[in-house]
Every structure is written in structure tokens, then in C-alpha cells.
Design a protein around this ligand. Structure first.
Ligand SMILES: *[C@@H]1O[C@H](CO)[C@@H](O)[C@H](O)[C@H]1NC(C)=O
Ligand SMILES: *[C@@H]1O[C@H](CO)[C@@H](O)[C@H](O)[C@H]1NC(C)=O
Ligand SMILES: *[C@@H]1O[C@H](CO)[C@@H](O)[C@H](O)[C@H]1NC(C)=O
Ligand SMILES: *[C@@H]1O[C@H](CO)[C@@H](O)[C@H](O)[C@H]1NC(C)=O
Ligand SMILES: *[C@@H]1O[C@H](CO)[C@@H](O)[C@H](O)[C@H]1NC(C)=O
Ligand SMILES: *[C@@H]1O[C@H](CO)[C@@H](O)[C@H](O)[C@H]1NC(C)=O
Length: 632
């Protein structure tokens, strides 16, 4: 009642929500509707006495007309785009392997059928044999294969095929380059298409036999049509039920081997462990306090130049200074490393970082000392927040938009670092009818490779610089309203946080065209902050070691409405030398390509390691287009 009323209001006042309440059919459902009504019309022809009269004229007559009609129908079936492709990883599923053998039977007969249509004129006997095989072959008849395929698909002993597929995807995510819902949709479309081929062959066979005067067959054809309709409904319901619980989110698993610049990027020296003597922490060169007293101090000098000249300086702010022990050996890092130290070994035995691998020539000793007998000038362990050529800490703020003027939409995404700036880079592809993407049109959109040293490029406008105070990134899933696809992404600063926004554009599913993207595209973000009624929560990453050292693969561990702080790695494992989390530079993109209805930023990792910040994709909800329409 409510829905009906809504629809009336929509249709009368707005004229636009039609698309949402009554979405167009999916490619395979549209094809079923077209082909079943074509077959219904053909039955009318075949029963027409004039056609029957033509049949007597031999092969040049009605049989030829019928063949031509089914050739057109076959071209339609083969031209279906997007052509559904069942995920190869499903082959590990026993039920699917069995279903596949029925599919192979039907597809094999169908190829012969098509071959016969295209070749030389065939004799009546050839065609009658073909029809008899299709209808009655004891081992590989089409009705038998269709029944078996249907039985396997809806057999509920271990859950129907779609539910089993869903379980398989959820337990084996890394083998599927698709969202779970997309896998089910492609499976459904693929089965629908095979069944249609079987349906068409059986209907053709009866019509042909009838034309050749081998019987009436209207009853058989009608019964088959009814069974086909019932089964289609059952499968549709089963597929939709599975898709209802199937996630549309897609994330990328870790690569076999991590490689900087290729599979991951990172910020450098945002906050880094740093050793500094108390005497240099204040401008009076006094040692009258303790390490913890100094916070936000700026490194003002070098009192004992003999030692402090060898030690790396911190020309930024120091935070969180603490006293660990008086005397220590320091293992300095390689000259062009983003680390200050490989590790530190205190006289009390405590070790920070990778001390065991230190080579002798990079090691030196520093000892705290007494001044005027009662002031202890200790070496403190602090965090250094120093900007400079060694510290990459910039995020691109410029929008990244697909070429919507040429009907392009986003198909995939990754992080990349270009000229020290972290960018989201997109892949784009041309939208096609029925929610398809032209696979050969897919390309990377080049990164806007500006340099932060360019005087025309502004901090805060073109890019954001992270610091101790400003190093949060929001973790959100953003989704387009129905009838829209993903066409752009950008980061914006919200308070001290980096926050993702997506650009979505309305489109016509059936025609595959963006609708006035220049005027109708809109930006969507999650404005929630950590100071609201239902505040964002922080994702903590305690004792985080360097992410690429993790022996096991990362799994997503954040949810929407969270944020995390870019931070230093663990003190004892890594001497706080690495900035974590890293950024995933692998491409996230469904294979085969599919429409996207949203995107997000999330964190994946393992306990005890810093993990990765990565883009996720939300695939378009095709289930709304799954419907059955039959001729009356
Ligand atoms: C044969 O089929 C036609 C419809 O085409 C039907 O009207 C007729 O009753 C059938 N004849 C027999 C003998 O079943
Ligand atoms: C399909 O299932 C029905 C009912 O469970 C059964 O009678 C029939 O033998 C099955 N057919 C095939 C080909 O598996
Ligand atoms: C400096 O870095 C480059 C590449 O980043 C590396 O190939 C080279 O070995 C490094 N040099 C030293 C002395 O570590
Ligand atoms: C698909 O994209 C390719 C490459 O851009 C183009 O040549 C081709 O015409 C496109 N196909 C369709 C059907 O638009
Ligand atoms: C920057 O990007 C443009 C366009 O993609 C490219 O032609 C150019 O070579 C790039 N410049 C540098 C310095 O990488
Ligand atoms: C979408 O495109 C189809 C085919 O071009 C057209 O028939 C239909 O009216 C369009 N739908 C909307 C809502 O514009």
C-alpha cells in the first residue's frame, strides 16, 4: 500500500524515482523475456495453416523460415553483454563441478545446433536426428541436463548452489577478485543463459518436428514452458536470497611478496624515535629536570659537539621524551635510509630495534654524564616530528574524476606515491548497456603529478601535510544512492582528519549512459567527527611492528565511522623508526570489471603489526535488476 502510494507520488510529482522503484531488467533476465516471447510468437506461426502449407514445399519453405528465426534468436543469445563469467575459484565447489557437467552437455549441443544453422542446407533427416537427440537422447538430452542442473542448483541438502557458493567465497576471499554478491550474480546470469539455450533448442525441435508432420507437440511445448517458468522463479528466489546476505564490499588481499613502490607505499619520518641529551633540550643548557618534563621542545643546540655531531639532529618538534637508561650503544642507520637508527642497546640490557644485525663501524657509545656533581645530563628517548626532504607526509587533496564526458566510470583504485605525495589513482572504463563495462576501454587515469615545491601548489588546498597534531585518517564506507555509479574520489580535511569523499553520477542501466554528469554528479562524504553524538572511534594499533614483517596475511579490522592515527612503529621491536600503517599500492578492481556504487578507506592488518590503509570498493547492487517477465 505504502509503496504503491509512494510510486504514484514519485511518478506524478518528480517523474524521476521510477528508475529506483521499478528498475530495468538485468541482461540475462531481459534476454529471457525477449526469447520466451519470441518463442510464443513462433508457436502462433507454426500453427498457422499457411505456414504448414509452406512446409510441404520442402526445405525452401517454412522450415527455412523457422531456422532463420532461431538464427536471429541465437545471435541475440551470443551477443549478450556483459557476458557473465563464473569465477574460476568456484571450481573447488563440488556442486558447481556437477552443475558444470550439465552445462557442458547443453553448451555442446548448442554449438552443434548453431553450426548446423550456419552451414550448408541440411536434409530433413539431419534436422530430425538433431531434434531427436536434443529431446530424447538417453544420456545427453537437453530435458535431462536441464532437470539435473535445476536439481543441483536448488538442492537444499547442503544449502542450494548459491548458498554454498557464498560460503566458499566467504571462507576463501583471496581467490575471488570480486565482491561476494557479484560472484553470485555472475553465477545466476550464467546459469540463466545456459538454460535459455536449452529452452530454445527444445522449442525449436518440437516446432520443426511438427512442421515435418511428426506430431502436434503443442502440449509438450506448453508443459515445458510452464516447468521452465516455475524453475526460473525458484532459482531467482534462491539467488536473490543468497545475494541479500552477500557483501558488496571488495578488498585486496596481501601480495605473495611485499615490494615498496609496487605493492605498498609509506610515509616516512612522521614521528620517529630520537635520542637527545637533556642539555640540548632547553636553551639554558641546564640539566635540572627529567626527560618527561620536556615536551614540544625544539632542538636548540649541540652542547657537547663531539658526541652530538655524530648523532642525527631533529630540526622539528620533540614529543613524549622519556628516560630509559643512562648509557647506551647506538647503531646508526645507513646514510640514505629513512631510519635514524638501526637499533639501540642500553647498558642495562634493554634492546630497541634490530640491534643484533649491527655492523661494528656503524656503532658508537653515548654515556650520560654528571654536571657540577649534582645535575645528571641524561640522554632522553623522544619522538621527533621534523619536516624536510627525508619526510614524505603529504596527501593529495585534488579531486580524481573519471572522464565522464566520454561515459567513463571508475573501475578500480589504488594508493600510489608520486613526487613524495600520496595519491589515490583510479582506473576508468566505458559504461555499457545492462551494467556492463567495455573491458578493452579500461585504462589508468594518470596521476596529477604536481610537485609540492611548485610555488603555485598550496599546502592545505592542493595537498595536506601531516604532523603530530594532524595525522588522523577517517575510515569510512561510502555508498551511492540507487541509480548512481562511482565517478570520482577525493580527500578533504575535516578538522585535523583526512576524510574521503566520493563523486557519484546518475545513469540509465538499460542504455548504459551517464545522465548529464556535468550537472547531476554529486559528492558524498561522512561528516561524522570524534566529537559528535555518535562519535567516530579510534582504531588503535598497539605495539605495531613493521607491517611487511608479518608472517600472515592482513585481514580487514576496521569498520565505518572509525579513524586511525599515523604513528611510529613499536619502541622495542623497531626503536620507533618506521611510520605506520603503510598504504596498499595494489590495484583493487573486480575481475571481470563491474559497476561500482561506492568506495571506502579501511585498515587491514594482523595483531602486533602496523598493517595497511587501503581503498575498498562497493560493487553495484545488481540484485534489484533480477526479475522474471514472461509473456502472458
Ligand atoms: C494441435 O495443436 C493445435 C494448436 O496449434 C490445437 O489447437 C489442436 O487441438 C491440436 N490437435 C490435437 C489433435 O491435439
Ligand atoms: C531431480 O529431482 C527429482 C526430485 O527430487 C528426482 O525425481 C529426479 O530424479 C532428479 N533428476 C535428476 C536428473 O537428477
Ligand atoms: C641508497 O638508496 C638506494 C635506493 O633507494 C639504494 O640503491 C642504495 O643502495 C642506497 N645506498 C646506500 C649506501 O645504502
Ligand atoms: C570498447 O572500447 C574500445 C577501446 O576504447 C573501442 O575501440 C570500442 O569501440 C568500444 N566498444 C564499444 C562497443 O563501444
Ligand atoms: C606528469 O604527468 C604527465 C601526464 O601524465 C606526463 O606526461 C609527464 O611526463 C609527467 N611528468 C613527470 C615529471 O613525471
Ligand atoms: C533508459 O534508456 C532506455 C533505452 O535507451 C530508454 O528506453 C529508457 O526510457 C531510459 N530510461 C530512463 C529512465 O530514462
Amino acid at each position: 500500500m505504502t509503496v504503491l502510494w509512494l510510486w504514484v507520488v514519485c511518478a506524478l510529482l518528480l517523474g524521476t524515482c521510477n528508475a529506483d522503484l521499478s528498475p530495468a531488467l538485468s541482461a540475462s533476465d531481459q534476454l529471457r523475456s525477449d526469447i520466451t516471447s519470441l518463442v510464443t510468437d513462433l508457436w502462433k506461426d507454426v500453427s498457422d495453416p499457411r505456414w504448414v502449407a509452406m512446409a510441404d514445399e520442402g526445405l525452401g519453405g517454412a522450415a527455412k523460415e523457422l531456422l532463420r528465426a532461431f538464427q536471429v534468436l541465437g545471435d541475440k543469445l551470443e551477443g549478450v553483454s556483459p557476458h557473465p563469467k563464473v569465477a574460476p575459484a568456484l571450481s573447488s565447489l563440488w556442486a558447481w563441478a556437477r552443475a558444470e557437467s550439465d552445462i557442458v552437455t547443453i553448451e555442446g549441443l548448442y554449438r552443434t545446433f548453431r553450426h548446423y544453422q550456419k552451414g550448408l542446407p541440411r536434409s530433413e533427416i539431419t534436422w530430425t536426428d538433431m531434434a531427436t537427440t536434443v529431446l530424447h537422447d538417453p544420456t545427453r538430452s537437453v530435458p535431462r541436463a536441464l532437470t539435473s542442473l535445476h536439481n543441483i542448483t536448488v538442492d537444499t541438502t547442503d544449502g542450494d548452489l548459491f548458498q554454498q557458493a557464498l560460503e566458499e567465497i566467504n571462507s576463501n576471499t583471496c581467490s575471488f577478485q570480486q565482491s561476494p554478491q557479484l560472484v553470485i550474480y555472475n553465477l545466476y546470469s550464467s546459469i540463466t543463459l545456459t538454460e535459455l539455450k536449452g529452452y530454445a533448442m527444445m522449442q525449436f525441435s518440437w516446432m520443426l518436428l511438427r512442421l515435418y508432420g511428426k506430431g502436434n507437440f503443442t502440449l509438450e511445448a506448453e508443459m515445458m514452458h510452464r516447468t521452465y517458468k516455475e524453475r526460473a522463479l525458484v532459482k531467482l528466489e534462491a539467488a536473490r536470497a543468497a545475494m541479500k546476505f552477500a557483501s558488496r564490499h571488495m578488498w585486496q588481499c596481501d601480495p605473495h611478496e611485499h615490494e615498496e613502490g609496487k605493492t605498498y607505499e609509506r610515509l616516512t619520518r612522521l614521528l620517529q624515535g630520537h635520542i637527545q641529551n637533556e642539555v640540548d633540550l632547553n636553551s639554558e643548557n641546564s640539566c635540572g629536570e627529567n626527560c618527561a618534563y620536556y615536551t614540544y621542545a625544539k632542538d636548540p643546540g649541540c652542547f657537547d659537539s663531539r658526541v652530538c655531531n655524530r648523532m642525527p639532529r631533529c630540526a622539528g618538534k620533540l614529543h613524549d621524551c622519556r628516560y630509559i637508561d643512562s648509557d647506551m650503544w647506538i647503531c646508526e642507520a645507513e646514510k640514505n635510509s629513512s631510519r635514524r637508527y638501526e637499533g639501540i642497546r642500553y647498558e642495562n640490557g634493554q634492546k630497541l630495534g634490530q640491534y643484533h644485525s649491527c655492523q661494528n663501524k656503524r656503532e658508537y657509545k653515548v654515556d650520560s654524564w654528571w654536571r657540577w656533581l649534582f645535575w645528571h645530563c641524561s640522554y632522553c628517548f623522544c619522538l621527533c616530528d621534523e619536516q624536510g626532504p627525508n619526510s614524505d607526509r603529504f596527501f593529495n587533496l585534488r579531486p580524481i574524476v573519471a572522464d565522464t564526458n566520454n561515459n567513463m566510470v571508475i573501475t578500480g583504485m589504488r594508493f600510489t606515491k608520486v613526487k613524495r605525495v600520496i595519491h589515490l589513482q583510479i582506473r576508468e572504463g566505458q559504461l555499457e548497456p545492462f551494467g556492463g563495462i567495455n573491458a578493452s576501454s579500461i585504462r589508468w587515469r594518470p596521476v596529477d603529478n604536481y610537485s609540492i615545491t611548485d610555488p603555485k601548489v598550496e599546502n592545505g588546498k592542493d595537498y595536506k601535510t601531516l604532523s603530530w597534531e594532524q595525522r588522523a585518517i577517517d575510515l569510512d564506507d561510502l555508498e551511492a544512492p540507487p541509480g548512481h555509479v562511482l565517478t570520482g574520489v577525493r580527500f578533504r580535511p575535516v578538522g585535523t582528519h583526512l576524510n574521503l569523499e566520493i563523486m557519484v553520477s546518475p545513469f540509465n542501466f538499460t542504455s548504459g549512459n551517464l545522465i548529464k554528469p556535468q550537472e547531476q554528479a554529486m559528492w558524498i562524504g561522512n561528516d561524522n567527527t570524534d566529537a559528535s553524538d555518535k562519535p567516530r572511534t579510534q582504531l588503535e594499533l598497539p605495539n605495531a611492528d613493521v607491517p611487511v614483517k608479518s608472517p600472515t596475511g592482513s585481514v580487514p579490522d576496521s569498520h565505518t565511522d572509525q579513524f586511525l592515527l599515523f604513528d611510529h612503529s613499536d619502541l622495542s621491536n623497531d626503536a620507533a623508526q618506521t611510520t605506520i600503517p603503510f598504504l596498499d599500492a595494489q590495484l583493487t578492481e573486480p575481475q571481470p570489471p563491474a559497476l561500482l556504487a561506492g568506495a571506502g578507506i579501511y585498515h587491514k592488518g594482523t595483531v602486533g603489526y602496523g598493517g595497511f590503509v587501503a581503498p575498498k570498493l562497493i560493487t553495484y547492487d545488481y540484485s534489484k535488476h533480477m526479475k522474471i517477465q514472461f509473456p502472458d
